[in-house]
Every structure is written in structure tokens, then in C-alpha cells.
Design a protein around this ligand. Structure first.
Ligand code: TYD
Ligand code: MG
Length: 456
């Protein structure tokens, strides 16, 4: 056995150094170096794709169709993967603890009942996995489960079982016995992921790796893994809300703009094929303080309800609280309202909330935020069935946003009869006869006048 050696490894990017350093010279992060004991009998560099029987082939002779994508039987996941699971690819599903990664993985394992799936958990016993499966309420005769953390043990089982799909929950629990460092350390994660990557490529087996990330990103793993794996999916959401968003932050086989939406129910995750229908509440129509925005996240348009409450400040300094929307941007919009529309907010509290606990950064929400704040401020509901999609600039100008046609179409599809947008578009290419009326505005004060017009 080789001599034990300790190195200092950056938790963030995996850079190694012989001694402790305060700031990583490679990624610039502070205080990320940890000491690790490593005994190397092999390294990824030596084991990675080292089989000698691979020969170069002419690119045009490679048949792209020989490896069709697998249908995961989960439409939202297929969408984020770029149209299904590519054979031999390694997909990392990262997310905070408790967000639903294990549930998603098990649900996919149970749904793909025409394939042999091996679900390996280093965190739960097989009984616990069974309880979860019962909760989800699906069965799959071809789904095998295993509670194991040793990488060598796992490879033995893989050889015997030869599954069509492998799921590892989670990569932080894996232990390569040729290394002395503990599970979850950077060298373990890197080595295990490298070997699983090699396995995936050599056997054309798709592998899902689950990885935990904490809010401050201090836990080792996913950041280093990102460089190794083919696809990185992030599972996000607020634990207090039901909606979960799956987005690709890296994808060698598809676009990263796609977005999958799920809802966590008592019996597992439900796919939300039509996000708009859950993010806007028809019963809220006619209430003050509510405005609907036509937004786009990734490449998918949807409508979302913006709720505002404006009330007299009880204490000296008014409060500005925002959930799901950047509070600095809210402050900016309030200043614009004050200066450009003469709406006095200096002594009032403003609370803002986006439906479903979603976080949206699309600037097209600006006009809806202004609408909701005004509507609450004057306690008057916005014109029925009207929505908004425009950015608001510092001088109160209403600016155009990207892919307006998709937004208008989605609003029309959901039964909205009016959409307020910027007047700056030269031409809007709308095929067919949309029933929705497009209301163009150029300045905030102009928009304000049109908010309640039909009601007067
Ligand atoms: P889990 O998949 O264990 O999260 P992760 O693997 O990302 O740590 O899911 C955790 C939460 O989901 C847990 O608080 C319970 C909840 N949950 C449901 O609400 N419904 C269900 O059907 C299941 C299986 C879990
Ligand atoms: Mg889990």
C-alpha cells in the first residue's frame, strides 16, 4: 500500500495544495481548504477511459441514432434532460436536503417499469425505501434496491445485476476503499464520480447521482462534480411551499434553458405540466393588490400572480418586504412610482409576494409589481382579466422584454383578455387571430391611468 499522504483540498473547486492556504488561488474562495488523507493506488487520470480496446473512428461513420434516448416516463424530467435520458450519461441531481431528490429519483425508478433499475442508497435502509415507495403508491417489478456505500461493493453488484439504469443516493455517502479519506471528502467524491463515469461510458448505462448542496455551498461535492458529469440538474424550491423546480445548469445533450415544475404532495411529486394554472388563482380576481405577470423562465412562458400589500407604517421607518422578488428592485420601482406617478409611499409599508414561493428574476415582472402596489395602495382591483409583461426603467419608461409573442400567446391561452406591454415594439408577429387585446404604454403614469380604466 502506498504511503499515506495528506493534502489540502479546496472544497469549492478541488484545487490541491501541500499546505493550508487562506484563499484558493484557483477559484478565489476564502477559507475553503481542508486537510485530507489520501492513499492513492490509482487516480482518475489513470483509470479514466483507459481501456485499450477503443479505437478512433471516422466521425461521419458514427451512427447518432444507435443510442436513442430513454423515456424516463416523467415528462418534466425528459424536458429538462433535453428530450430523454441519454445512454451512458451521468446526470447529477443537486439540491438542498429535504427538497425531494430521493423522492424524485425513486419515482423515476418506479415509473420506468420496462427497464431494470438499480437504486442504491447510502442514506436509507431498503425498508425505508420500501416505505417511501408505498407512499408514492407505485410498484415496479424491475426495480432493485440496495443499501450500500462501498464503491467496490457496488461494482460487484453491478456486474451481477447489470442494470439498465443506476441511481446513486447520494454521492456524498460513497466510499472508495482504495482511498483512506472519509465519505463526503473531496477526494472520495471526485474518485467515486470518476469511476462511475467510466462505468457509465463503458457499459452505456445511464447513471443518476444525487448530491446535497447546502445554502451556503460549503458541503463538498457538487461544484467539483459539475466538471466531471455530463448533466447537472438543480432541484430547487422553498421548503415551506409545495412547488419544486428542476433546472439544468449544465447539459452536454440539450439546452440549459429548460425548466421542469413539480408539486410535492403527500403521495410523491406531481408533474405540473401547466404552471400558469397553479400560479394564478381565479378566485383572487376582483381583489385589490393583485396583478398577473406574463413571465418566461428558461424558454417556457407562464403567468404568475404578484400580490402586494401597502399599509400605513406603524413605526418610523417603513418596511419593504419581498418574497420571490428582488427587494432592491422593489425599492427602485417604488421610487419610480413616487417620482414619476406622484404616488406617495414614503410613509407606507410595502409587502410583496410571488405566488407559489417561486423566485423570478425576469424583469418583465416590473409592471405587474407596480400594478399590484398601486392597486393595493388605492384599494381598487385591477381591470379583470388583464395581465402585464414589461420592464420599468429608472426614468419611468416602459421597456420591451424578450419573446413577447410567447408571453402574449400564453396569456391569451389562459383566457386573459388584455395584456399591457411596452409601446416600443416595432412589430409583433402574432400568427392567427388572438382574442387578447394588446395595450401598449410608454411611461409609468400612462400605465397607471389604464390600470383601472374599464371599471370606472
Ligand atoms: P426527500 O426526497 O427525502 O428529500 P431529499 O432526498 O432531497 O433530502 O423528501 C423530503 C421531503 O419530502 C420530506 O420532508 C417529506 C416530503 N415528502 C412528501 O411531502 N411527500 C412524499 O410523498 C414524500 C415521499 C416525501
Ligand atoms: Mg434523500
Amino acid at each position: 500500500m502506498a504511503k499515506a499522504k495528506t493534502v489540502f483540498v479546496c472544497r469549492s473547486c478541488g484545487t490541491e495544495a501541500p499546505k493550508w492556504i487562506g484563499r484558493c488561488p484557483s477559484c478565489g474562495e476564502w477559507n475553503t481548504f481542508t486537510e485530507e488523507v489520501v492513499v492513492r493506488t490509482s487516480s482518475i487520470a489513470e483509470t479514466h477511459f483507459s481501456s485499450g480496446n477503443v479505437t478512433p473512428v471516422r466521425l461521419h461513420e458514427v451512427d447518432p441514432k444507435s443510442q436513442p434516448r430513454l423515456d424516463t416516463q416523467t415528462g418534466e424530467l425528459n424536458r429538462v434532460l433535453g428530450g430523454g435520458l441519454v445512454r451512458g450519461s451521468v446526470v447529477l441531481i443537486g439540491g438542498e436536503p429535504g427538497i425531494g431528490k430521493s423522492t424524485l429519483a425513486l419515482q423515476v425508478a418506479l415509473a420506468m417499469n420496462n427497464l431494470k433499475v438499480l437504486y442504491i442508497s447510502g442514506e436509507e435502509s431498503v425498508q425505508q425505501i420500501r416505505m417511501r415507495a408505498d407512499r408514492i403508491g407505485r410498484t415496479n417489478e424491475n426495480c432493485y434496491v440496495l443499501s450500500e456505500i462501498s464503491l467496490q461493493g457496488i461494482f460487484t453488484h453491478l456486474q451481477n445485476l447489470q442494470p439498465d439504469i443506476l441511481i446513486i443516493d447520494s454521492v456524498q455517502t460513497l466510499q472508495d476503499e482504495t482511498l483512506e479519506s472519509s465519505p463526503g471528502s473531496i477526494s472520495q467524491i471526485r474518485e467515486c464520480a470518476g469511476k462511475l463515469m467510466k462505468y457509465a461510458k463503458e457499459t452505456s448505462t445511464p447513471v443518476f447521482l444525487i448530491g446535497h448542496i447546502t445554502k451556503d455551498g460549503t458541503l463538498a461535492g457538487p461544484k467539483i462534480l459539475e466538471h466531471i458529469v455530463d448533466t447537472v440538474l438543480l432541484f430547487e424550491g422553498d421548503q415551506h411551499y409545495l412547488y419544486r423546480i428542476l433546472r439544468a445548469s449544465k447539459n452536454r445533450f440539450g439546452a440549459t434553458a429548460e425548466l421542469g415544475i413539480f408539486e410535492m404532495l403527500h403521495d410523491g411529486l406531481r408533474e405540473v405540466n401547466n404552471p400558469s394554472e397553479v400560479l394564478i388563482n381565479k378566485n383572487n380576481e376582483g381583489l385589490s393588490g393583485i396583478a398577473t405577470a406574463a413571465t418566461i423562465d428558461g424558454i417556457r412562458p407562464f403567468l404568475i400572480e404578484v400580490q402586494a400589500l401597502v399599509s400605513t407604517a406603524a413605526y418610523g421607518t417603513p418596511q419593504r418586504v419581498s418574497t420571490g422578488y428582488d427587494v432592491r428592485r422593489l425599492n427602485m420601482l417604488l421610487a419610480v412610482l413616487e417620482r414619476k406617478a406622484g404616488f406617495k409611499l414614503a410613509t407606507r409599508d410595502v409587502f410583496l409576494n410571488l405566488a407559489g414561493g417561486l423566485r423570478v428574476t425576469d424583469p418583465a415582472l416590473d409592471l405587474a409589481v407596480i400594478g399590484a402596489v398601486l392597486s393595493s395602495g388605492v384599494d381598487k382591483a385591477i381591470t379583470k382579466r388583464m395581465c402585464f409583461s414589461a420592464e420599468v426603467g429608472l426614468s419611468g419608461e416602459i421597456r420591451p422584454v424578450g419573446r413577447i409573442e410567447n408571453r402574449i400567446r400564453e396569456a391569451g391561452r389562459l383566457g386573459f383578455t388584455g395584456i399591457m406591454i411596452s409601446g416600443a415594439y416595432e412589430k409583433i408577429n402574432m400568427p392567427g387571430k388572438e382574442l387578447i387585446k394588446v395595450i401598449k404604454v410608454n411611461r409609468v403614469d400612462e400605465a397607471v391611468k389604464k390600470l383601472f380604466r374599464e371599471e370606472e
